[in-house]
Design a protein around this ligand. Structure first.
Ligand SMILES: [Zn+2]
Length: 130
Protein backbone atom coordinates (compact mmCIF):
# COMPACT_ATOMS: atom_id res chain seq x y z
CA UNK A 1 0.00 0.00 0.00
CA UNK A 2 1.27 3.40 -0.90
CA UNK A 3 0.67 6.32 1.43
CA UNK A 4 0.79 9.74 -0.16
CA UNK A 5 1.13 13.18 1.36
CA UNK A 6 1.61 16.74 0.26
CA UNK A 7 4.17 18.51 2.36
CA UNK A 8 4.16 22.27 2.28
CA UNK A 9 7.63 23.66 2.89
CA UNK A 10 6.88 27.35 2.50
CA UNK A 11 4.65 29.80 0.66
CA UNK A 12 5.96 28.80 -2.76
CA UNK A 13 7.05 25.20 -2.37
CA UNK A 14 5.19 22.00 -1.71
CA UNK A 15 6.20 18.42 -2.33
CA UNK A 16 4.36 15.21 -3.10
CA UNK A 17 5.79 12.34 -1.13
CA UNK A 18 4.73 8.73 -1.05
CA UNK A 19 5.92 5.65 0.77
CA UNK A 20 4.88 2.10 1.50
CA UNK A 21 5.38 2.37 5.23
CA UNK A 22 4.83 5.00 7.88
CA UNK A 23 8.50 5.16 8.90
CA UNK A 24 9.49 5.79 5.28
CA UNK A 25 6.83 8.47 4.90
CA UNK A 26 8.00 10.06 8.14
CA UNK A 27 11.55 10.08 6.79
CA UNK A 28 10.47 11.79 3.59
CA UNK A 29 8.41 14.43 5.37
CA UNK A 30 11.34 15.06 7.70
CA UNK A 31 13.68 15.53 4.72
CA UNK A 32 11.38 18.14 3.18
CA UNK A 33 11.16 19.98 6.50
CA UNK A 34 14.91 19.77 7.11
CA UNK A 35 16.02 20.91 3.68
CA UNK A 36 13.28 23.03 2.14
CA UNK A 37 11.15 24.50 4.92
CA UNK A 38 12.87 27.86 4.89
CA UNK A 39 10.00 30.27 5.38
CA UNK A 40 11.94 33.47 5.89
CA UNK A 41 15.34 35.01 6.24
CA UNK A 42 16.77 34.29 9.68
CA UNK A 43 18.54 37.62 9.72
CA UNK A 44 15.86 40.17 8.79
CA UNK A 45 12.65 38.13 8.66
CA UNK A 46 11.95 38.85 4.98
CA UNK A 47 9.76 36.09 3.52
CA UNK A 48 11.17 36.49 0.03
CA UNK A 49 13.93 33.88 -0.06
CA UNK A 50 15.33 32.11 -3.07
CA UNK A 51 17.06 28.74 -3.52
CA UNK A 52 20.26 29.22 -5.49
CA UNK A 53 22.82 26.79 -6.90
CA UNK A 54 26.13 27.97 -8.26
CA UNK A 55 28.94 25.91 -9.65
CA UNK A 56 32.08 26.61 -7.64
CA UNK A 57 34.17 24.09 -9.53
CA UNK A 58 33.60 20.98 -11.62
CA UNK A 59 33.04 18.85 -8.57
CA UNK A 60 31.42 21.15 -6.09
CA UNK A 61 28.37 23.32 -6.23
CA UNK A 62 27.22 25.99 -3.85
CA UNK A 63 23.70 25.51 -2.64
CA UNK A 64 22.20 28.32 -0.65
CA UNK A 65 19.04 30.12 0.26
CA UNK A 66 19.44 33.83 -0.31
CA UNK A 67 17.36 36.60 1.23
CA UNK A 68 15.97 38.79 -1.52
CA UNK A 69 15.80 41.93 0.60
CA UNK A 70 18.32 44.14 -1.11
CA UNK A 71 19.52 45.66 2.15
CA UNK A 72 20.08 42.26 3.74
CA UNK A 73 21.11 39.57 1.23
CA UNK A 74 21.91 37.15 4.05
CA UNK A 75 22.26 33.56 3.02
CA UNK A 76 21.97 30.11 4.46
CA UNK A 77 24.48 27.72 2.94
CA UNK A 78 23.95 24.01 2.41
CA UNK A 79 26.28 21.11 2.25
CA UNK A 80 25.87 17.60 0.96
CA UNK A 81 26.75 14.36 2.64
CA UNK A 82 29.90 12.63 1.47
CA UNK A 83 28.01 10.21 -0.77
CA UNK A 84 26.16 13.21 -2.27
CA UNK A 85 22.81 11.59 -1.57
CA UNK A 86 21.48 14.20 0.85
CA UNK A 87 21.85 17.87 1.52
CA UNK A 88 21.51 19.77 4.77
CA UNK A 89 21.51 23.41 5.81
CA UNK A 90 24.51 24.56 7.79
CA UNK A 91 22.79 25.65 10.95
CA UNK A 92 25.42 24.48 13.46
CA UNK A 93 28.99 25.53 14.12
CA UNK A 94 30.21 21.97 13.48
CA UNK A 95 28.69 22.07 9.97
CA UNK A 96 31.07 24.82 8.90
CA UNK A 97 34.28 24.09 7.04
CA UNK A 98 37.54 25.37 8.49
CA UNK A 99 37.51 28.26 6.02
CA UNK A 100 33.93 29.12 6.97
CA UNK A 101 34.79 28.94 10.67
CA UNK A 102 37.58 31.41 10.05
CA UNK A 103 35.32 33.73 8.08
CA UNK A 104 32.50 33.48 10.61
CA UNK A 105 34.53 33.30 13.83
CA UNK A 106 32.43 36.05 15.41
CA UNK A 107 29.56 33.53 15.53
CA UNK A 108 31.43 30.98 17.60
CA UNK A 109 30.65 32.55 20.95
CA UNK A 110 26.94 32.49 20.17
CA UNK A 111 27.14 28.86 19.02
CA UNK A 112 29.04 27.84 22.15
CA UNK A 113 26.27 29.18 24.34
CA UNK A 114 23.40 27.88 22.17
CA UNK A 115 24.10 24.14 21.93
CA UNK A 116 26.18 24.62 18.81
CA UNK A 117 23.55 26.43 16.78
CA UNK A 118 24.56 29.42 14.71
CA UNK A 119 22.85 32.79 15.19
CA UNK A 120 20.00 33.79 12.87
CA UNK A 121 19.16 30.19 12.04
CA UNK A 122 22.44 29.93 10.11
CA UNK A 123 21.76 32.95 7.88
CA UNK A 124 24.70 35.28 7.64
CA UNK A 125 25.85 38.21 5.60
CA UNK A 126 29.02 37.61 3.66
CA UNK A 127 31.66 40.07 4.73
CA UNK A 128 33.98 41.45 2.14
CA UNK A 129 37.59 40.85 2.96
CA UNK A 130 39.71 43.97 3.00
ZN1 LIG B 1 17.21 39.02 5.13
Amino acid sequence: MSIKATVRANENLSFEVSADTEPELFRQVARVHEVFAVKKCGKCGCEDVKFVVRAASKKSKWMEVVCQDFNCRAKLVYSSTEDQSMVYPKTRWTHLSDAQKEERKDEQEYADSHAGFLPNGGFYVWKKKN
